[in-house]
Design a protein around this ligand. Structure first.
Ligand code: SF4
Length: 426
């Protein structure tokens, strides 16, 4: 059974500007990025013909992908691509269950020997899927398929199951848009079992790097670990253990490390940098005001606080340098009622105000499309309009450009999650 949201919006086509109308109204914004935002917002399905030609010996299929442990890809579909590629190289990390059924999804068809994205019968764009790397299907020494510990995007390796438990969820204070809740309940009495085996990750990375020229970055994210001598120390230890092993297999910076992690303090970041080399660091404020942070991210607000989280971002720039630190905003989650913004414009203004404030401290911002699934607390709400996302993504990018904050580790070639940083081109 697909992991879907429960809400439907039957009249959305009459109430919102369409993809073509947005292209006309915002001619300076890349049509690929606008299409990506709309696919992330509406999801996609495959026609029977497209399914026939979707060859899962060539492309990455959701059922081969361990991200289901992190709540991202759960589907009963046998043909369920985890990612799309547009003609300009824009990667779209999006499964067929993303925001499923809230609005009509795009339909991917197979026409004239190629895959095409269609909407109401109109062909919008050519499309391809993420290709399966050579290491998929090989086994670790413990007998597990390597893709269960290390997943692949077009140019990036992901360790997304380093820790499938989050202490904030364990305390009943998880973020209200986060889908990790079921995993947290499963591991609550045995959090150690939620930790990945560093040996298996090392083996998979070594195997993945044999495919020369494919991967430029490795990104790790995990549930927050608040324990240790001081807050988050055990989480720092976990990353150090994994990445000192990986680091010894290559000499320079040919593989960039990105940690999407809790708000480590200066001393912890220095320790992590010394252990694992030059790194990129992302720690997420998630929402644009302190009041919303307290409501939507109660665990993070209690342990660090909104201003404290910002200060740790500023400190991170001191340790790691400009262009190596950013934070994510889950655009749209701040519109959830009763405490969210009452209008889309208020949300846009707040996100851009925060982006400007952080940019003055050399901290980058990436914004994504909020994905609604039935396992989150905010499951009865929905992502806002395409015009809202166009304003957020282009506005955030304009501010990054103005301040010269070029976080290429999160751009269209490496990441695929944030349309705002896809507008950053090198
Ligand atoms: S910190 Fe928040 S978003 Fe991150 S895993 Fe925990 S509950 Fe989810």
């Amino acid at each position: 059974m697909a992991d879907t949201a429960e809400l439907k919006l039957p009249n959305w086509r009459n109430e919102e500007l369409s993809y073509n109308e947005i292209l006309e109204k915002y001619p300076s914004v890349s049509p690929f990025v606008i299409l990506k935002a709309d696919i992330l917002r509406r999801g996609f399905t495959l026609t029977e013909k497209a399914k026939e030609h979707f060859d899962d010996s060539i492309y990455i299929n959701a059922i081969n992908n361990s991200e289901k442990d992190f709540g991202a890809v759960i589907t009963s579909e046998s043909k369920a691509p985890v990612g799309l590629l547009l003609r300009d190289g824009t990667a779209i990390g999006c499964s067929t269950n993303q925001n499923e059924g809230i609005r009509d999804p795009y339909v991917i068809d197979y026409v004239d020997d190629k895959f095409v994205i269609t909407d109401q019968g109109e062909q919008i764009e050519d499309v391809d899927f993420w290709r399966k790397p050579d290491y998929y299907g090989k086994l670790t020494s413990k007998g597990n398929p390597m893709e269960t510990v290390l997943t692949a995007r077009p140019r990036r390796l992901d360790v997304f199951s380093a820790n499938k438990y989050c202490n904030f969820w364990g305390r009943g204070e998880g973020c209200k848009f986060c889908s990790l809740g079921p995993a947290a309940r499963f591991y609550r009495n045995n959090p150690e079992a939620a930790l990945a085996d560093p040996d298996e990750i090392e083996e998979a990375v070594v195997e993945a790097l044999k495919q020369k020229g494919r991967f430029t970055t490795i990104c790790t994210t995990a549930g927050s670990i608040t324990t240790g001598d001081k807050l988050f120390d055990d989480e720092v230890k976990m990353y150090s253990e994994i990445y000192t092993r990986i680091r010894r297999h290559f000499k320079g910076d040919e593989l960039r490390f990105q940690y999407v992690a809790s708000a480590f303090d200066k001393e912890q970041l220095i320790r992590l940098k010394e252990a694992t080399g030059n790194i990129a660091f992302t720690t997420n404020l998630e929402v644009p005001t302190a009041e919303l942070f307290e409501w939507i991210c109660p665990g993070k607000a209690k342990d660090v606080g909104y201003e404290g989280w910002k200060q740790r971002l500023y400190d991170a720039v001191e340790v790691l340098g400009k262009g190596n630190v950013n934070t994510q905003i889950v655009a749209g989650a701040d519109l959830v009622q009763p405490n969210g913004f009452k209008t889309e414009n208020e949300s846009v203004e707040a996100i851009l105000k925060l982006t400007e404030e952080l940019a003055q401290h050399d901290v980058g911002v990436v914004a994504n499309v909020w994905g609604v699934v039935s396992t989150i607390i905010f499951k009865n709400f929905y992502p806002p309009s395409l015009e809202y996302y166009t304003k957020v993504f282009s506005g955030v990018n304009d501010i990054q450009q103005k301040y010269g904050i070029l976080t290429y580790f999160d751009d269209y070639k490496r990441c695929g999650t944030h349309p705002s940083s896809d507008l950053l081109r090198d």
